[in-house]
Write a protein that binds this ligand. Structure first.
Ligand code: F6P
Length: 532
């Protein structure tokens, strides 16, 4: 019997497993299925698991050589096999002073050098030492980027709003829809606006289109040479940055061993650093580094990313769950689900294994979420009573950064209650005891037995926020190893991009003959007839 047979057998033997009963019969269940690490408490006891499930899952991890894989990633081996690249976002937050080698070269001097450059620049912008072309202090930062060059700093800037300098407004422009840049520029004055063009490749259509529009807007009011005072770039591609007209002195580099969706720790975080200041940015890196060490060193029985990764893979592979919800009970984390959608779904949304063979099992789940309690008044209905199994991660800080009257106690009461409600449900007897009419019993019944993790964080600080994001990065890594897929490429985004490049000239030129399917042809014809 392989481990997969064992896990399948275990899943079928757990068909009648009942969480409510499991808690009633086992006063120690929480004790056995929770972990505390620094300011985090992860309660994973409300999952469809028992001791045997967890030990089988850990055995699966061992058979997949997870420990070796972790070592390989941290030591700079070319873990991204299809692109022949190391995967070293952890080097960006390596606060140990130890070297990290890629192709026999220690990358740490370069990493620390860029951090220094970001430090000087962000201090200069924040203090007003860096001024615009007409001598005025910068009041608005516009980060232009998309995907990993937008979601990370944008989500982090929201999450750490309480730590930001309120005299500097941060804007994030990502969509090629002109509305995005137009609406942001309406709020800005060219004399006091600094654009950060963030793009690993510096060729991304959306980003370059927005960057050119921003440049034209600036030059329309100020002179051409104002560009050097109002544009900086974050990229791995010096040549393209120079072609755009940005002085390499105003360029902040990172390296091809930093995946786009793992890049918020790099110079891609420049807008964030300007917002929260260097010291807070470093605290965020330190928190992530603490999680990195925990991931490398903690036993799998106590390892937060490993536990979360194993349980998620259990639901996806053996319990039939196709989706998964992340529900932060913290308004500052309102962009976390959107950020995790890229991190998780671009990483593990793969249909072939590392050898290029089609997988015969489920890989990364569909991720969605909204902050609580808003989600409760929206899609929670489906999580409580719908026909799908949707495992949930609740995330809540114990202390609010805005302790306003009873708000935070109400918020916390809700998150705790939701986990309990999903787990316990409400049965016929309970409804009858409440005097519910017989005909309404089926509608008011909650089956319960619906799983959740609850992560309590003492307080959202730059440090704990760094821990949180690193925890999810590593969880996704664990699952990639279990599923034997490469979590670090993203070829799935290419085809649509290529076709869009072909369609664009066809939209613009009515004379071009169309050779698509008849649906695509008809859509193009309709658009060009109505637009041009
Ligand atoms: O959407 C695909 C992708 O390559 C992401 O992985 C990346 O984060 C994003 O595009 C932006 O790419 P770039 O930073 O090169 O502009």
């Amino acid at each position: 019997m392989s481990i997969y047979d064992d896990l399948r057998a275990k899943a079928s033997s757990m068909k009648n497993f009942n969480l409510r009963q499991a808690f009633e019969q086992d006063a120690d269940r929480f004790n056995r299925f929770h972990v505390e690490f620094e300011d985090f408490l992860l309660d994973y006891s409300k999952n469809l698991i028992d001791d045997e499930t967890m030990s089988l899952l850990r055995k699966w991890a061992e058979e997949r050589h997870l420990k070796d894989a972790i070592k390989q990633m941290f030591s700079g081996e070319k873990f991204n096999s299809t692109e022949g690249r190391a995967v070293l976002h952890t080097a960006l937050r390596n606060r140990s002073g130890n070297p990290i080698m890629v192709d026999d070269k220690d990358v740490m001097p370069d990493v620390l050098g860029v951090l220094d450059k970001m430090h000087n620049f962000s201090d200069a912008v924040r203090s007003g030492k860096w001024v615009g072309a007409t001598g005025k202090k910068i009041t608005d930062i516009v980060n232009i980027g998309i995907g990993g060059s937008d979601l990370g700093p944008c989500m982090a800037a929201n999450a750490l709003t309480a730590y930001r300098d309120r005299n500097i407004r941060l804007h994030f422009v990502s969509n090629v829809d002109g509305t995005d840049i137009a609406e942001n520029l309406k709020q800005c004055d060219p004399e006091t606006t600094l654009f950060i063009v963030s793009s690993k490749t510096f060729t991304t259509q959306e980003t370059m289109t927005n960057a050119n529009t921003a440049r034209a807007w600036l030059v329309d009011t100020l002179e051409e040479d104002a560009v050097s005072k109002h544009f900086v770039a974050v990229s791995t591609n010096t040549e393209e940055v120079q072609k755009f007209g940005i002085n390499p002195d105003n360029m902040f580099v990172f390296w091809n061993w930093v995946g786009g969706r793992y890049s918020m720790w790099s110079a891609i975080g420049l807008s964030l650093m300007i917002g929260i200041g260097y010291d807070n940015f470093i605290k965020m890196l330190e928190g992530a580094h603490a999680m990195d060490k925990h991931f490398q060193n903690a036993d799998f029985t106590e390892n937060l990313p490993v536990i979360l990764g194993l349980i998620g893979a259990w639901y996806a592979g053996y319990m039939g769950a196709e989706s998964y919800a992340v529900l932060p009970y913290d308004q500052y984390l309102n962009r976390l689900p959107a950020y995790l959608q890229q991190l998780d779904m671009e990483s593990n949304g793969k249909g072939v294994d590392r050898d290029g063979k089609p997988v015969t099992y489920s890989t990364g789940p569909i991720l969605f979420g909204e902050p609580g309690t808003n989600g409760q008044h929206s899609f929670y209905q489906l999580i409580h009573q719908g026909s799908h199994l949707i495992p949930v991660d609740f995330i809540a800080p114990i202390h609010s950064l805005n302790e306003t009257d009873k708000h935070h106690d109400i918020l916390l009461a809700n998150v705790v209650a939701q986990g309990e409600a999903l787990m316990r449900g409400k049965n016929r007897e309970e409804l009858l005891a409440e005097g519910v009419e017989e005909r309404l019993i089926p509608f008011k019944t909650f089956t319960g037995n619906r799983p959740s993790n609850t992560l309590l964080i003492d307080k959202i600080t730059p440090y704990t926020f760094g821990m949180l994001i690193a925890m999810y990065e590593h969880k996704i890594f664990v699952q990639g190893v279990l599923w034997n897929i490469n979590s670090f490429d993203q070829f799935g985004v290419e085809l649509g991009k290529q076709l869009a490049k072909k369609v664009l000239p066809e939209l613009l030129d009515k004379k071009q003959s169309l050779k698509h399917d008849n649906s695509t042809n008809a859509l193009i014809e309709k658009i060009r007839k109505n637009r041009h």
